[in-house]
Ligand binder design. Structure first.
Ligand code: OOG
Ligand code: MG
Length: 274
């Protein structure tokens, strides 16, 4: 290579936010996992990680995707214990991640997908921190839905430190949300129960209390956390409040469903045959 201006490969440049994003996008598009970037670059702190996430999303938007909402990660003890990280994080959802009813999980396009059940809010109005509480968050909610998220960390064995997973947009890959929503008023989301099944067999159960004691607390947390970076939850946004249970690994042909007390059920089938 004759000069810096002709360098293109992510592996040949000095570390910085751009190289982090190139490395993550190469892994996603090439369907291969990578080792922790925090071990390669000690400048990857939380601030740099959120700048990388912002650039990663900007790249997706530049390639034609649209922003559709926000996701929370690591809001439940089940998730925090599995991943060894105790603080929640936020990521961004795009329409490129959305699976419509009946659309299969594209297993061949993914690295090592796992599926987790989530309580999802569709926002009626903008919600901007700081100082958002569960009560003010509730007032901004339009409807509540059942959701399933497909996570697909770009990191080998889902092994990452906090800045790695933040830069990786909280392992986002795909998600689906029930078409019919329920009003949040009169719903006890703390006691809203969820039964997670894989191929018809119950693999886990939880209630809404699993996420921050109350999914509305998770929503408030998202608004306040985003505000610290000058961002907000917008009217019309979807908000995935975080996996209620540990995520299950899936193989081609698997079917995963989440059945809720009041929110209904949502199912994902993984493409291929087992
Ligand atoms: C991080 C993403 C977490 C959730 O709901 O907690 C997440 C991971 O588990 O890889 O989406
Ligand atoms: Mg999730």
């Amino acid at each position: 290579m004759s000069g810096g201006d002709v360098e293109t490969g992510a592996s040949t440049r000095a570390w910085g936010v751009e190289r982090v994003v190139d490395t993550l996008l190469e892994a996603e598009h090439g369907r291969h996992d990578i080792t922790r970037l925090t071990e390669e670059w000690d400048g990857l702190d939380l601030g740099a990680a959120y700048r990388a996430q912002r650039l990663l999303i900007a790249r997706k938007l530049a390639s034609g995707e649209s922003r559709v909402g926000v996701k929370l990660g690591l809001t439940s003890r089940a998730k925090q214990q599995r991943m060894g990280i105790t603080s929640p994080l936020t990521g961004v959802l795009t329409d490129g991640m959305a699976l419509t009813a009946g659309e299969p999980v594209p297993f061949g396009a993914l690295i090592h997908p796992r599926i987790e059940p989530e309580i999802v809010f569709v926002m009626r109005s903008r919600l901007a921190g700081p100082g958002v509480t569960a009560a003010t968050a509730l007032a901004a909610v339009g409807s509540v839905h059942a959701g399933l998220e497909v996570i697909d960390s770009r990191f080998r064995d889902f092994s990452f430190a906090m800045p790695d997973v933040v830069a990786d947009n909280a392992s986002s890959s795909r998600f689906t949300v029930s078409a019919t929503g329920v009003s949040a008023l009169g719903l006890d989301l703390v006691l809203e129960a969820c039964v997670l099944r894989k191929n018809g067999v119950v693999v886990d159960t939880a209630t809404g209390a699993a996420v921050q004691g109350n999914p509305l607390e998770a929503l408030a947390l998202a608004a306040n956390d985003l505000a610290s970076r000058g961002e907000a939850i917008e009217a019309g946004d979807l908000v995935l409040t975080g996996g209620l249970t540990d995520a299950v690994f899936v193989q081609p042909g698997d079917e995963v469903s989440a059945e809720f007390t009041s929110l209904g059920s949502v199912t994902l089938s993984v493409e291929g045959t087992s």
